[in-house]
Design a protein around this ligand. Structure first.
Ligand code: RP5
Length: 166
């Protein structure tokens, strides 16, 4: 989970509060890999490794990252705290928790007070996949080759939808 995926310097940083979030967040990594977007994946906990979180957020711009995807579950402070320490767009993925099925994660991430935005996605796998697609769409604004790959992905997705249920 530690090396850069996709060749050159990472443009997207995928961070998550725990290794237990990887089962969800790997879907974001796989989507970025499919679109050939260089990215990295790290465990960075707002609660257990707060200094690692501060260091990651504060160095993100200088390291060349363009977008951060932050996944966390339960009292999910990671996306908001990270967003408070960088001007990069931060996309939050609520990981499905056992106790409250991710509703705690969702509400923790989505209810940011005015002033520090977090783009909040759906709970679980759908949110992870869509966070990757959103990150790619942001990067595609200034990357025509990626824009073409994103368009092709959408065409292929449409073509893959059957016309009949069986
Ligand atoms: C959060 O606590 C993590 O994002 C994870 O979703 C949740 C549970 O973590 P573990 O106890 O499984 O490490 O910080």
């Amino acid at each position: 989970m530690s090396e850069t995926l996709g060749g050159s310097a990472p443009l997207v940083g995928i961070i998550m509060g725990s290794r237990s979030d990887w089962e969800t967040m790997r879907h974001a990594s796989e989507m970025l890999q499919g679109l050939d977007v260089p990215h990295e994946c790290r465990v960075v906990s707002a609660h257990r490794t707060p200094r690692r979180m501060v260091d990651y957020a504060e160095r993100a711009v200088a390291r060349g990252l363009k977008v951060i995807i932050a996944g966390a579950g339960g009292a999910a402070h990671l996306p908001g705290m990270t967003a408070s320490m960088t001007r990069l767009p931060v996309l939050g993925v609520p990981v499905e928790s056992h106790a409250l099925k991710g509703q705690d994660s969702l509400l923790s991430i989505v209810q940011m007070p005015a002033g520090i935005p977090v783009g909040t996605l759906a709970i679980g796998r759908a949110g992870a996949v869509n966070a990757a697609l959103m990150a790619a769409a942001i990067l595609a604004l200034s990357d025509p080759a990626l824009a073409e790959r994103l368009d092709a992905h959408r065409v292929a997705q449409s073509e893959g939808v059957a016309e009949t249920p069986e």
